[in-house]
Design a protein around this ligand. Structure first.
Ligand code: IPE
Ligand code: IPE
Ligand code: MG
Length: 251
């Protein structure tokens, strides 16, 4: 794992000199600490984090990344103080509404995954509109994990497969990794090649437990609101030095 306080950066020119990962996943962490360092309430950190979301999406599109998955709100985050949850829901709705035009203009397709039934109706409506209006985007696919937890996702897969067995469509011994994968919320996209986590925490926090099996991990101490496209480029260039073995030996 890599990481330093100021964060590794690179230029777009350097990024364009080599291959970029197809799918980058990001755990956007450190908003609360960013706010505390400035004597501000936590929601100010979340608001500041919205600029980093824009930066990262535009940077990924410029770099030629095909899929960008961003962890915006976890199943566990519902248990934060109600004022913070409420602020996050309002910011989410505001983000979705304010960014729609720009996302369409940049050819970015946005899809949201997670338990959206738990979200306030206004946020769900804004998400539906965003997904519908960006549907034709081909420059970059952004997948937002909202009200998402990998354990719940995997339990959902188990339920779906059990149901198919009960209905006689499938025998238990036929269940394999491929059938399992097809039931995941992310089954339409390839697995992430690179996972970036900001704020120095070296953990997965219930994100994409199945899909990250062979992702390269990049941890930076930079707090999410301070994360720029140059930091993203730094991670993309670092990724190039990795030798991905997938359990095999080098030829
Ligand atoms: C990430 O920042 C945003 C969410 C988890 C919604 P945090 O709010 O976790 O910030 P820290 O970890 O307390 O600094
Ligand atoms: C992970 O960050 C969830 C998101 C970034 C949405 P957390 O801040 O909730 O994770 P922990 O509590 O530090 O593991
Ligand atoms: Mg955190």
């Amino acid at each position: 794992m890599s990481g330093e306080k100021s964060g590794v950066t690179a230029t777009l020119e350097t990024v364009r000199q080599g291959e970029v990962p197809t799918h980058v996943a990001v755990i956007m962490d450190g908003n609360g600490r960013w706010a505390r360092q400035r004597g501000l309430p936590r929601w100010e950190g979340h608001r500041a984090g919205m600029a980093a979301v824009r930066e990262t999406i535009e940077g990924a599109a410029e770099a030629g990344v095909a899929h960008l998955t961003m962890y915006a709100f976890s199943d566990e985050n519902w248990f934060r103080p109600p004022v913070e949850v409420e602020a996050l829901m309002l910011l989410l709705e505001e983000y979705v509404r304010s960014q729609r035009e720009a996302l369409v203009r940049h050819g970015i397709r946005v899809t949201v995954f997670g338990d959206r039934l738990r979200l306030p109706e206004e946020a769900r409506q804004a998400i539906r509109e965003l997904e519908a209006s960006t549907e034709g985007g081909t420059a970059l696919e952004v997948h937002l994990a909202i009200s998402y937890g990998a354990r719940a996702e995997l339990a959902g897969v188990a339920q779906a497969l059990a149901q198919r067995c009960l209905e006689g469509e499938l025998a238990p011994e036929e269940i394999n990794a491929e059938l399992f994968e097809a039931e995941l919320l992310t089954s339409d996209w390839p697995d992430p090649d690179l996972l970036i986590r900001t704020s120095g925490e070296q953990r997965i926090s219930n994100f994409l437990l199945w899909q990250l099996a062979y992702a390269e991990l990049f941890v930076t101490d930079v707090l999410w609101p301070d994360f720029t496209r140059e930091h993203l480029y730094g991670a993309l260039v670092d990724y190039r030095r990795r030798e991905r073995r997938f359990g095999l030996v080098k030829a």
